[in-house]
Design a protein around this ligand. Structure first.
Ligand SMILES: Nc1ncnc2c1ncn2[C@@H]1O[C@H](COP(=O)(O)OP(=O)(O)OP(=O)(O)O)[C@@H](O)[C@H]1O
Length: 254
């Protein structure tokens, strides 16, 4: 088969660093949410982003997606600017549940199809291959039977799985998950964690903000401790030492 321009993009993306953030700063009026944040991510890793409320986790996700304005520094995804990486479908974002309008009249299948929008062209009319990709993604996260439901008619864990399915349908290579386990029961958390590990093993890089410290050693390969800047980056066992937790959360232990 003759290589296409799209293939060339994917090839060049494969050779570049998944994420390269240098000196990122975000400021809202007088609030300095992030300052001097450096972070690189490789493919095929799950990285936990830990920090207390207000430490800048969501702002960092926004800076990576290019939806929050940075006041200093640079972000490259697969060698491209955030907006370009987004338009190429390389990066997917799962927002915190409270930032989603669950009453919006849209079905599970339609939300997952939005992951294909970048490929649909101006008419936004799905082709057979788009419907097949959505069907496979729904199947993979176990939501096939609920595909026609309005998104508000799902449990907390099912709602999270819709976003994982959307990222799969999109073919994203970097997943940014903001609190994927909030409002999720233990069984659903285990299902979602297993799915994320599978995606990691297929080469995806996954950055997860979570307050669920107990689940971090099993899920994450690597941990970043954030307090408006990166305080620590390394193995979960080192990140979760009592001294480091005290520094970041003011806690004695996990
Ligand atoms: N739109 C905004 N306008 C003004 N200040 C903001 C805005 N968004 C965030 N902030 C402030 O920036 C800082 C970082 O917020 P951010 O939401 O990035 O933290 P977070 O670590 O994601 O918090 P949480 O764990 O509560 O979600 C906080 O002090 C917050 O109050």
């Amino acid at each position: 088969m003759t290589p296409t321009a799209a293939d060339h993009h994917v090839d060049s993306a494969a050779s570049a660093q998944t994420l390269e953030a240098r000196g990122v700063a975000v400021r809202y009026g007088t609030v300095q949410a992030l300052q001097g944040v450096d972070l690189t991510l490789d493919s095929a890793t799950i990285t936990g982003l830990l920090g207390m409320n207000g430490s800048g986790k969501s702002s960092f996700f926004g800076a990576i997606m290019g939806t929050v304005k940075t006041t200093a520094g640079s972000v490259r995804l697969f060698g491209a600017a955030p907006k370009e990486a987004r338009s190429r479908g390389l990066v997917a974002y799962m927002p915190q549940s409270e930032n989603v309008d669950w009453d919006f009249p849209i079905s599970v299948r339609e939300v997952v199809m939005t992951g294909r929008y970048g490929r649909l062209g101006l008419t936004r009319r799905p082709h057979g291959r788009d419907r097949a990709a959505v069907g496979e993604a729904l199947d993979r996260v176990g939501l096939t039977e609920l595909a026609s439901r309005q998104i508000g008619e799902l449990s907390g864990g099912q709602r999270k799985r819709v976003f994982v399915a959307r990222a799969i349908a999109q073919g994203a290579r970097l997943l940014l998950l903001d609190e994927p386990f909030a409002g999720v029961d233990k069984a659903s958390e285990a299902t979602i964690s297993a799915l994320l590990r599978e995606l990691r093993d297929e080469g995806c890089s996954i950055l997860i903000s979570t307050h669920d410290l107990a689940g971090v050693p099993e899920l994450c390969d690597d941990v970043v401790l954030l307090k408006n800047r990166v305080l620590f980056r390394g193995e979960p066992s080192e990140a979760l030492s009592p001294e480091r937790l005290a520094l970041v959360f003011g806690l004695e232990s996990a």
